[in-house]
Design a protein around this ligand. Structure first.
Ligand code: GLY
Length: 371
């Protein structure tokens, strides 16, 4: 049997967060194995790829974390692109948030980070915007990345090239612990046989399913339905972020549109007439012209959400098991900073004082004895 020193660190979840952490750790020379049940379920293949701490109106420590990640993303993506040879479609396109009134605009929690637009300016930024919108905020610092078609593949390739081992089709059944120390996991392997994978280190990043593996943490799914349209290239330059609907234009004219926010759906998957109607009404209100563009795809997935909407990051109640889950609406944005902080924390605390302080704001202990 291999000695514990040679056992790989287990990444429990092959989504964007798992890949990003595996990539960071592998670059630091760590031996890593990713366990993934069904990669197509990962929120990284569902999300629209907005990098939007300001458009989303994040607050307090979460805003700080989002802004740090946003600043880190260009260098992070450049490294992934160099390592994988895949362009990730990072676009510093800015996001316009329209409002029906100045009062509503000024109440947006990150309004002070944006540029105020009057109706005329709104029309210049988003030609064809619906008549309901009288004013807006432009966040030039927010943007997008093509997560579904590029970033996920790029990270997978970069990880493979760095020697990360993948097991796909593997269901983690349980975390194994002894005297509050992580000892590995029990899995249903790809041949549907129960097996134990011993290891002294693991990262729980199983998205909306995290609490099925480790029920000491309060994570629940929030379903999102999406669709895409093929617009004329360059018809829309900025992302439009309306209430309940956003339009994210890719380089080739594809417009990714999201998203419903269905907590009550639990893990009930698939598309519903009500959900799709919400998106179609949102398109009509934001950009009526887009209702004439051909529809390409429709899909849905599950955001991992914690009771306060912020992620759970850092050490867990078990020594050797780290948490990186609960990223809710901000997984793509937060992947870069999550990977950096987790990898530093795992590699014998390479965190600076400020990073350590920030990470502590996202500790699972804030929910201790509450759920
Ligand atoms: N980040 C947008 C959403 O979760 O719908």
């Amino acid at each position: 049997m291999a000695s514990s020193a040679t056992k790989p660190l287990l990444i429990l979840g092959g989504g964007l967060i798992g890949l990003a952490i595996a990539y960071e750790l592998a670059k630091k020379g760590r031996k890593v194995e990713i366990l993934s049940r069904c990669r197509s379920e990962a929120a990284g293949f569902v999300a629209a790829g907005m990098l939007a701490p300001h458009a989303e109106g994040l607050k307090s420590h979460l805003l700080k974390l989002g802004q740090l990640s946003l600043n880190r993303i260009p260098a992070w993506v450049q490294a992934i692109e160099e390592d994988s040879g895949i362009n990730c479609g990072l676009k510093n396109c800015g996001i316009v948030v329209p409002f029906p009134s100045e009062d509503k605009r000024d109440a947006h929690s990150t309004a002070s980070f944006g540029q105020t637009l009057n109706r005329k300016e709104l029309e210049l930024e988003v030609p064809g915007i619906g008549t309901h919108w009288q004013t807006g905020l432009l966040f030039t610092q927010d943007g997008q990345i093509d997560n579904r078609r590029r970033l996920m593949q790029a990270l997978e390739k970069a990880c493979l090239d760095l020697g990360v081992h993948f097991q796909e089709g593997v269901e983690v059944l349980n975390v194994i612990a002894d005297k509050k120390e992580f000892q590995g996991v029990q899995i249903l392997n790809a041949d549907r046989k129960v097996e134990v994978l011993p290891s002294n280190e693991g990262v729980l990043c199983s998205g909306a399913w995290s609490n099925q593996i480790f029920n000491a943490i309060p994570i629940f799914p929030v379903k999102g339905q999406m669709l895409s349209l093929q617009g004329p290239k360059e018809a829309l330059k900025r992302i439009i972020f309306g209430p309940g609907t956003y339009l994210v234009p890719r380089e080739d004219g594809l417009v990714v549109i999201g998203a419903t926010n269905e907590k009550e759906a639990g893990f009930y998957s698939g598309l519903t007439p009500a959900g799709q109607r919400q998106l179609l009404q949102g398109i009509e209100a934001l950009l009526p012209e887009a209702t004439k563009w051909p529809q390409m795809e429709r899909w849905s997935g599950f955001r991992p959400c914690s009771p306060d909407g912020a992620p759970l990051l850092g050490s867990s109640i078990l020594k050797g098991l780290w948490l990186a889950t609960g990223h809710h609406r901000n997984g793509v944005l937060l992947a870069a900073i999550t990977a950096e902080l987790l990898a530093k924390s795992i590699c014998q605390n390479q965190l600076s004082h400020n990073e350590d302080k920030l990470l502590k704001q996202f500790s699972w202990t804030r929910f201790k004895n509450k759920y």
